[in-house]
Ligand binder design. Structure first.
Ligand SMILES: NC(=O)c1ccc[n+]([C@@H]2O[C@H](COP(=O)([O-])OP(=O)(O)OC[C@H]3O[C@@H](n4cnc5c(N)ncnc54)[C@H](OP(=O)(O)O)[C@@H]3O)[C@@H](O)[C@H]2O)c1
Length: 244
């Protein structure tokens, strides 16, 4: 059973699992977006979705509200997961070193899973190419892009994280597994320039200075894992492919 199977990451994972012969269920709040309708935040619909499930991939998150309901979602999932043999949680690199609200909530979810009833695997990945595309696209309208140009990032293709997760699903619960990052660590400035030039928006960028400890952690690249540059597709290649 895949939570978040209708999301950016999950849409890549589900067909891979089906191709490997798994009988895959997808929980979604929206009729028709998955195989089972349910809401992790309330617990409605979880029983039928989980009945008889051997493995759960937990990739749902209240991303649009910076994880506001994520702890409740995870607690509800765990309360219904007593018979699950393997729960795999998709998390984010560096969340224990960056005091960003969304990351604090992801860390709290990790803690719930570690203490929960189901044997678990936690994989932390770096930011998806798709996330940066979502950040840069609205700036396409502007003659210049105001961004914290010195933030570091190691973007990775969600499709490649999905391939890796499909492999982990086939194995036993592994606890905390090695981080999974994109092929290159870059600055926001470098990535935004690539994006804008490729989309014919010119290369004008303006640094948006952001004070505080969270911004400092992003400048220091605490959200990166250069020792695990596992992804193959660069952000440049992703940008080319999405502009084609
Ligand atoms: N984006 C990144 O750069 C990145 C990097 C590393 C790790 N991650 C992690 O990877 C996971 C997936 O991220 P994503 O970018 O694929 O997210 P996304 O595209 O925003 O998708 C979120 C998913 O969560 C589901 N969801 C949200 N609230 C729900 C609820 N109350 N009940 C049931 N389902 C709910 C949504 O399903 P419906 O709307 O269909 O109900 C949707 O499938 C997240 O945990 C995220 O923290 C993301």
């Amino acid at each position: 059973m895949v939570t978040g199977g209708s999301g950016t990451f999950g849409r890549h994972l589900v067909p891979l699992l089906e191709k490997s012969g798994h009988d895959v269920r997808v929980l979604s709040r929206r009729q028709g977006a998955g195989t089972h309708v349910g809401d992790l935040a309330t617990g409605v619909g979880l029983g039928p979705a989980l009945a008889g499930a051997d493995v759960v991939v937990h990739a749902a998150s209240d991303t649009h509200r910076l994880g506001r309901t994520d702890e409740r979602q995870t607690a509800n999932l765990l309360a219904a997961s007593h018979d699950v043999g393997h729960l795999l949680y998709l998390s984010i690199v560096g969340i224990d070193e960056i005091g960003f609200g969304y990351y604090r909530r992801k860390l709290a979810c990790e803690r719930l899973i570690e203490a929960g009833p189901a044997p678990w695997t936690i994989l932390r990945a770096t930011q998806f190419h798709e996330l940066l595309a979502g950040l840069f696209t609205p700036l396409d309208r502007l003659p210049f892009a105001p961004l914290p140009l010195d933030f570091r990032c190691q973007p990775v293709a969600a499709a490649e994280v999905a391939e890796h997760v499909a492999g982990l699903v086939a194995g036993p619960p592994a606890g905390h597994t090695a981080d999974f990052g994109g092929p290159e660590v870059s600055t926001f400035g470098e990535l935004a320039r690539l994006w804008r030039v490729r989309r014919g928006r010119g290369d004008r960028l303006v640094n948006l200075p952001i004070p505080g400890a969270v911004a400092r952690a992003f400048r220091q690249g605490r959200n990166t894992c250069p020792d695990h540059a596992d992804g193959r597709q660069t952000f440049e290649a992703f940008t080319q492919a999405s502009a084609a």
